[in-house]
Write a protein that binds this ligand. Sequence first.
Ligand SMILES: NC(=O)c1ccc[n+]([C@@H]2O[C@H](COP(=O)([O-])OP(=O)(O)OC[C@H]3O[C@@H](n4cnc5c(N)ncnc54)[C@H](OP(=O)(O)O)[C@@H]3O)[C@@H](O)[C@H]2O)c1
Length: 284
Amino acid sequence: MQILVTGVTGQLGHDVVRHGVERNLNVTGVGSNELDITNEKKVNEYINQLKPDAIIHCAAYTAVDKAEDDRDACWNVNVEGTRNLAKAAKNVDAKFIYISTDYVFDGEGSSPFKEQDTPNPIGYYGLTKYKAEEIVKQELDRFFIVRISWVFGINGNNFIKTMLRLAETKSELNIVGDQYGSPTYTFDLSKLLIDMIQSDKYGIYHASNEGFCNWVDFAKEIFIQNQNEVEINLVTTEEYPTRAVRPKNSRMSKSKLIDSGFRTLPKWQDAIKRYLEELNQEVK
Ligand SMILES: NC(=O)c1ccc[n+]([C@@H]2O[C@H](COP(=O)([O-])OP(=O)(O)OC[C@H]3O[C@@H](n4cnc5c(N)ncnc54)[C@H](OP(=O)(O)O)[C@@H]3O)[C@@H](O)[C@H]2O)c1
């Protein structure tokens, strides 16, 4: 099976390519240098030549705060880029995985959002990711939309790396404690995505490590496991304003994964443990 992976220079794409190769699949990973997904002509040429059986589309404009002021760039990558890839996938009859986000939901209430709940994004990044979901649904029959949240992987910046860096110089931190969701370790997710693309269980999925937490719980667990002594002060979203509004409730139900017979991801605390080991291995 020939698989094209976008976003190889990012967190998720890097691990998806790694796992695909480990499973002896014929995987080609591209970053924006090799293939700018906003260039429709180049996307068509590239995909018509490669003729992949499947595309795992991990590339995105992911700067959530910057997106509020840099709307054209965010729209071009997330909406037009996904449209270009989906149309090209249709031409060569490739299966398609589109990676989406918890930020398509408005974060109201405290129940986990179900796969079939209607998105209602409250920020511009979330809006573009939702528009792209709609395009994938319109253009393709053989698609997976996989919504993920609070991502961390070896190849890029994320909340864990930021906490570890801050712990080197600070003994006290203010962390937002009223936004709830689930971290997603790209190592775990990429195994699932490789399983998924080899199946025909199409549809919309939620996928993240098991269990829910807020950012204070997340930070505390990192510091306990890494043996950092940092005092954490819980602050509210209102006390820590950011350019983009973030949903307070990012909990997502994973029932579609279970019903379809896919294995759920390990607990988020276990994912942190293995990620810290992976980071330490890299340092050695
Ligand atoms: N990070 C999170 O917390 C989070 C949460 C929920 C959902 N997601 C979604 O998960 C997916 C993976 O996120 P991530 O954290 O792995 O992203 P990331 O580390 O920020 O990497 C983004 C990737 O997109 C590529 N890209 C950007 N503009 C491009 C363009 N014009 N043409 C081709 N490639 C382009 C980048 O390539 P270059 O570096 O080569 O430019 C890079 O490889 C995305 O769909 C994101 O929306 C992320």
